[in-house]
Design a protein around this ligand. Structure first.
Ligand code: HEM
Length: 455
């Protein structure tokens, strides 16, 4: 990259000069939920709209977001439109649970994500990163979207279920990637449905996926149950199997264990692999930044990293990951629905009003960011946990339902990216821009080939 051309402005969908008419909004939403925004959306504190009989509000004001996700969270729930595509992946696990059920599940899972627990998982992240590097060795070109997807799955399988990634697990990764790109993409029918069972005719592919996916996760759990007592893995699965109801002493049912495992698998690898892909893409657009990171990593090679504290040896790497999460948030939209009338941003909202909180819009909002569309990792210099300290930075959500796996994801992504940087130079084969497409996660519109060159 020519120094005069910095900072780079990476690809993003067209921003419309004014709000789209309802028919165009419908078409744009079906094509790419990131491509239906007007310029206004990135300037205003909130915007209200009624389209096709549905009342909705886009909230960009940090105080409004705090109200929805924290102080007044009991007035909101996940809308059906957001639940329907994710249900086949996550069942009744913590991601989609509500109220007291959610609270109980979150409490039960919390010990697996403390800093101490995450630190104990670092060897698993190293092992998954080394497998990734071994797969890339000897290649001259690679589909890094695919490679990171497999690697992130392996990291979760190893850390949470003490499993390495065999052929069946590789097939699992492909199955989920295919689902989120096809049947799992939100449709207009999801927006109009009044119950999860409505429009059953479009649900066939989702039901088929759920059956295969849950059967695969059931096999993982069955394999563990078949082990002799006291095999002692001390992983998430062991913890789930040991949970007892405080009143009845009953263990979790098979379906409950399976749903939490499916949730963790999906939530844990789909998002992190997107982060890794977009970070690698940005570093290919900006070879000078890539070289700078490589120098940082080579000064403290990944094999020396043994504690979370050691991650401080890679400050620039962290800034790049945080900036990749800003420009291409893996979860591009967080939706809630009003369950009892509220006043939000001074607007009276009735039951059923859809509340859009968009990390995509917030992260490119002109009121909160200098040069918002530019790749500028410096903006995160010295910020330890901007996803908590910066009200306009929401890659992991906010409030009590903030992502349980944030530090897990950042530690894993740091080790993966550092391992690749330490061993390979990578660049894009084609100049064709890669466009982000909004769905369950922020996916590339095509999976580009990267040239990889061993160092
Ligand atoms: C870069 C990686 C990741 C990103 C960007 C991300 C993003 C998010 C976001 C935005 C939410 C909140 C959704 C909402 O409020 O509607 C969330 C929740 C969640 N995430 Fe992550 N996540 C990542 C990695 C992980 C990992 C590695 C795990 C587990 C191993 C995980 C497990 C979960 C779970 C269980 C929830 C639901 C929490 C609850 O509702 O209490 N995530 N994540």
């Amino acid at each position: 990259m020519d120094a005069l051309a910095r900072p780079i402005i990476p690809p993003a969908p067209y921003v419309h000069p004014r709000d789209l008419s309802t028919p165009r909004l419908v078409v744009a939403t079906l094509t790419n939920t990131l491509g239906n925004w007007s310029k206004d959306a990135f300037d205003i504190p909130y915007g209200r709209r009624r389209a096709l009989g549905v009342d909705s509000i886009l909230v960009n004001d940090p105080a409004g977001i705090r109200q929805v996700m924290q102080t007044g969270m009991s007035h909101y729930a996940r809308p059906l439109a957001a639940v329907r595509p994710v249900r086949p992946l996550a069942g009744k696990g913590v991601l989609l649970a509500e109220g007291t059920q959610w609270r109980g599940q979150r409490r039960m899972l919390a010990p697996a994500f403390t800093p101490g627990s995450v630190e104990s998982l670092l060897p698993h992240f190293h092992a998954a990163a080394d497998s990734l590097a071994a797969r890339l060795t000897g290649q001259t070109r690679a589909n890094l979207a695919d490679a990171f997807h497999q690697a992130a799955l392996e990291a979760v399988l190893r850390s949470l279920f003490s499993l390495s990634a065999g052929p069946e697990q590789v097939a699992l990764a492909a199955m989920v990637r295919d689902y989120v790109a096809t049947a799992g993409r939100p449709t207009l029918f999801d927006g109009f449905a009044r119950a999860e069972s409505d429009f059953a005719f479009i649900g066939g592919a989702r039901r088929r996926f759920q059956k295969r996916w849950f059967a695969a996760v059931d096999r993982l759990v069955a394999a563990r149950r078949a082990e002799p007592p006291g095999a002692g893995h001390d992983d998430l699965l062991d913890r789930l199997l040991a949970v007892r109801d405080a009143d009845t002493g009953a263990p979790l049912s098979d379906a409950e264990v399976r749903d939490q495992c499916a949730t963790m698998l999906f939530a844990g690898f789909e998002t992190t692999s997107r982060l890794l892909f977009w970070a690698a893409y940005l570093l290919s657009l900006d070879p000078a930044e890539q070289a700078r990171l490589r120098a940082e990593v080579r000064a403290f090679p990944p094999e020396r990293l043994a504690t979370l504290e050691d991650l401080h040896h890679w400050p620039r790497l962290k800034q790049v990951l945080l900036e990749a999460l800003r420009l291409y948030p893996p979860v591009p939209i967080i939706m809630r629905q009003v369950v009892e009338p509220v006043v939000l941003c001074g607007e009276s909202l009735g039951k059923g009003c859809l509340v859009w909180i968009s990390p995509w819009v917030m992260h490119r909002h002109t009121a909160y960011w200098d040069n918002p569309t530019a790749f500028m990792p410096d903006r995160f210099a010295g910020k330890a946990q901007p996803w908590i300290s910066e009200p306009a930075y929401l890659p992991f959500g906010a409030g009590p339902r903030i992502c349980i796996g944030a530090s897990f994801a950042l530690a894993e992504a740091s080790i993966m990216l550092a391992t690749v940087l330490n061993r390979f130079e990578f660049s894009l084969e084609s100049a064709r821009p890669v466009m982000p497409v909004g769905g369950v996660t922020t996916a590339p519109d095509h999976e580009p080939w990267f040239r990889v060159e061993a160092i």
